[in-house]
Design a protein around this ligand. Structure first.
Ligand code: SF4
Length: 289
């Protein structure tokens, strides 16, 4: 084996190793650097596809077993996305605290059951003849160590993978395999992201490299004005010309603490979409949750 090289881009990494070299290079690189190289490890798993059991031995040796906190796992299909029937995994824990969160019980970092990516993959796929794919949601799935390899497992067997994210983990988004769908919630105008505005900028742009993507704005007049939504669409379109942008009306559920926000009706949603189109030239889609 020659010099250890850690290429900065996935394409370079994939081009620079022969299949047999990857495991050795990964193991030695991990020992030399003393820490896992996330991008290289991901590339190894993506490249080897079904030879996961062999790489798992190396991976455990070098960086230890990884577990993910699962709140709810529905192996039998229940969710429909673009004509495909999906199983679902809801992860426990979120790094945001949105007051309009539909799954507030999934915000705390503790709780749930710890599983490895391989255990989740096995539980979802074993004996499952109904599903065409899997929804990965939460909570925030990208804060779970092992989410990239879990996505690689599913993409590797040709399943549809749909991952919902709040866009707080750009390094993870950058490492997800292209052959999946990523949906990104944009919560507020850019200025309100403050120190995180570069992070969300990166994620909005990064969405364009996936097979499918969408950006969602959850709207209630209680926390986003019409001007706010117009400003958000302008900002998103200035850095991402491809991903469809959805306006999702906020809907209260009994799980939500505190006083409900205003719930826009269909006429208000249609009126806002019309005003956004007049101001920005962009026609938003809509979805009712
Ligand atoms: S980012 Fe999503 S899961 Fe997290 S608190 Fe906000 S709405 Fe809930």
């Amino acid at each position: 084996m020659g010099t250890i090289r850690l290429p900065p881009r996935r394409e370079e990494a994939l081009a620079s190793f022969k299949k047999g070299d990857c495991i050795i290079t990964f193991a030695v690189a991990s020992l030399f650097t003393g820490e896992p190289n996330e991008r290289l490890r991901t590339n190894v798993l993506c490249l080897l596809g079904t030879h996961i059991h062999y790489t798992r031995g190396m991976h455990n040796l070098c960086i230890g077993v990884r577990t993910m906190r699962v709140a709810n796992l529905t192996a039998q299909a229940f969710y429909e996305d673009e004509g495909k029937i999906l199983s679902a995994v809801y992860f426990q824990g979120c790094n945001k605290d949105c007051k309009w969160c539909h799954n507030p019980e999934l915000k705390p970092m503790g709780g749930g059951i710890e599983k490895t990516p391989e255990e989740i993959f096995s539980e979802i796929t074993k004996g499952n003849f109904l599903s065409d794919g899997v929804l990965l949601s939460g909570g925030e799935p990208t804060i779970q160590k092992g989410i990239v390899e879990l996505c690689c497992h599913f993409v590797g067997i040709g399943w549809r993978v749909v991952l919902n994210t709040n866009g707080s983990m750009p390094g993870v988004i950058d490492n997800l395999p292209e052959g999946m769908k990523v949906t990104l919630d944009v919560k507020t105008p850019k200025k309100d992201y403050g120190m995180d505005s570069g992070t969300i900028d990166f994620c909005i742009q990064a969405l364009q490299r996936f097979n499918e993507s969408e950006i969602r704005i959850t709207w209630s007049p209680s926390y986003l004005t019409e001007a706010n939504v117009i400003e958000m669409v302008r900002w998103i379109r200035s850095i991402n010309k491809e991903s469809p942008i959805y306006l999702q009306p906020y809907k209260w559920t009994t799980k939500m603490p505190g006083v409900p926000f205003i719930q826009p009706n269909k006429e208000q949603v249609a009126a806002l979409i019309k005003r956004v189109q007049e101001s920005t030239g962009h026609l938003m889609k809509t979805r009712y949750v």
